[in-house]
Write a protein that binds this ligand. Structure first.
Ligand code: ZN
Length: 243
């Protein structure tokens, strides 16, 4: 649906889209729902367009809602070309994406793939510039600051409105990032539970993950014994890379 005028917010008994602040809903437009068979199982998919920015997102859902009576699992996955498509070990995005799809397929829910959020919102080219600074010794927060860019430029208004229009008003959020929970709450989506998505850390991304834990308050255990950690050669050019 599209935005309705704020003056339309009358007490007529109809449920209004949640916006959290009484303002007109953020305008998004959903397309048809189609089948999406994947390596992780069968899903259904629906494209959503942010009518303010023109950015197109994709909702990938289990074909049936949760059968255990719990709120649906929801993952807001920020686009990460290097991690999601190329399986980069500089960050944990690709592995979190796969883990989330497995959980959603098994337990029911939706993964909202948010495009235009590359590098926590600074874009692909800037993310690669930040990688270069990280190779010079800065951490992921400092690198963005060196570039004069925000540490996290992501906006979740469109995501929250998509969830609301999909009827997902109460969700179990697949995330380690409490900030996402807060921002969704501001936009009118209630997170009834945070479900951790931590995947085993790696030599190549442990500093990046420590920075997320220590400087961005991500809920990470960083238990390196949780999985196989390949050890690069001492002269590997990838030793100091982080997202
Ligand atoms: Zn990533």
């Amino acid at each position: 649906m599209t935005a309705s005028a704020a003056s339309d917010d009358s007490l007529d008994g109809h449920r209004k889209p949640h916006t959290g602040n009484g303002a007109a809903p953020y305008p998004v437009s959903g397309g048809p729902i189609v089948q999406l068979p994947t390596a992780f199982g069968d899903f259904v998919a629906q494209a959503w367009t942010d009518l303010v920015t023109g950015v197109e997102h994709l909702a990938v859902s289990s074909p049936t809602p949760p059968t255990d009576g719990k709120a649906p699992l929801v993952r807001l996955h920020s686009e990460c070309l290097t991690g999601d498509v190329f399986g980069s070990y500089r960050c944990d995005c690709g592995e979190q994406l796969a883990y989330a799809l497995e959980l959603i397929h098994e337990h029911g829910g939706t993964l909202l793939y948010l495009r235009g959020q590359e590098g926590r919102g600074i874009g692909l080219a800037n993310k690669i510039k930040a990688y270069a600074l990280q190779e010079a010794g800065f951490d992921t927060v400092e690198a963005n600051e060196q570039l004069g860019l925000p540490v996290d430029a992501r906006c979740y208004k469109a995501a929250a409105q998509v969830l609301a229009e999909m009827g997902l008003h109460e969700v179990r959020l697949l995330s380690n990032n409490p900030d996402k929970q807060n921002r969704l709450a501001q936009a009118g989506v209630t997170v009834v539970e945070m479900v951790p998505t931590e995947v085993p850390s790696r030599e190549q991304n442990i500093r990046y993950l420590r920075t997320k834990k220590e400087r961005m308050e991500h809920r990470l255990l960083l238990d390196t014994a949780a999985g196989p950690v390949p050890v690069p050669a001492p002269d590997s050019p990838f030793r100091h890379e982080q997202d």
